[in-house]
Ligand binder design. Sequence first.
Ligand code: GLA
Length: 378
Amino acid sequence: MTFQQVYGYEPSVRYSAPGRVNLIGEHTDYNDGYVLPFAIDRRTTASIAPRADRVIRVASAFDEAGGIVSLSLDELSPEAMDGWSAYVFGIAWALREQGSDLTGKTGFDVFIESDVPVGAGLSSSAAIECGVALAFNDLWELGLDRKTLARVGQYSENHAVGAPTGIMDQSASLLGERDAVVFLDCRTLDTAVVDLALEANGLEVLVIDTRVEHAHATGGYAARRASCEKGARVLGVEALRDVSIEDLPRAQELLDDETFRRVRHIVTEDQRVLDTVRTLREHGPRAIGSLLVASHESMRDDFEISVPELDLAVATAMEHGAVGARMTGGGFGGAAIALVDREARDAVAAAVTSAFAAAGFREPNTFTVRAAQGARRD
Ligand code: GLA
């Protein structure tokens, strides 16, 4: 399906936005902490044509039948949207909720295509949100900057889609740059772009999609977030960002064991992000392997968001010479990443695939990604 096949005419503009891989800094975003993601060379494209009335129509290449969902700008509300089209309508709603005046604005016909794998933990949803947010901001001449658009995307994800996620995915998708990571302070939204220099170092990032499904609107993700909020409350801080490694012994006295371990993950993970940034700047990507592995172990043992497939992927990659490896994203399934020598990439992928077969796991999907430019008008 194409825009032309669905709507019977050609679109006038195209915007695209990438998915993301998080190099390190997991579940730190909603604790006002630090993250270090990068935008990947897998993108979602929104082809768009303006309409004369106030209707937004949405269709996608995923829908073989060419189905169209429509909603008027006068009827925007979370209750009026469901399914994946909420990722598009939700942006218009969130723009308005966040203070943009849509009076007198007209709607669009929108067609979505994507090569960001869905359900792999690579933020296929943020890719739609960010491409659409950039497009609506331009076409409606709202004048919002990219950090504000990231907030709009997060607001839509939280309140229209209903997943209590942080600001990382949208920031990566909007602010990413080629061969670089986005160092983001999730409290201030201050960002710095840090060279990843993988190409120059002969390294690649191998993604191992376990194909174990995860959903952040339900279950474990929200429970982890609640534990973090409880920890902050008991420790008397605004967010876990305000707890340092030196505070941990006192935290252990005040918190129950489970909450303490959740807190310890966040506090040590924030420090690992800072250490990774410094190491990348001073010694380059070959030196960050042990930080990636320590991050994985902390998520496995303290935050308890890994699954056996992710642990096996990381262990096998390390046994076969990866520089570092860890699960990436929200956890409970999704993907792991391994930082590998270009020449070792196929051997590592093959080793993980056979280890999965031997363990009786579903065959993983393995592919490499590069750090790519963020959302843009194409
Ligand atoms: C998901 C959320 C992000 C972040 C990660 C965990 O990807 O969307 O906001 O919390 O999980 O780091």
